[in-house]
Design a protein. Sequence first.
Length: 83
Amino acid sequence: MLGLGYKRKGKRMAKPSVSAVKEWEVVYDSDLVELAVGTAEFPEDYWRMTNRETGKKKYFYGESAWSDSRREASDIDFGAWSA
């Protein structure tokens, strides 16, 4: 399995499209925010944070996606950090 920044045959692997995620697993849900994880190519390579107040979704990809999404969500609802 190759991660971000690794090359295959001299070319950098392309980031998979978020539309490749077929199923999202909700890991934290409150009145303020929802955190979900999905798999496009590698296990848990995409994380989604939904701001319930605005309805906006933000997607995170890569090795730090889980911590980045929780950090963003905890700015809205501190309980999301411990999800």
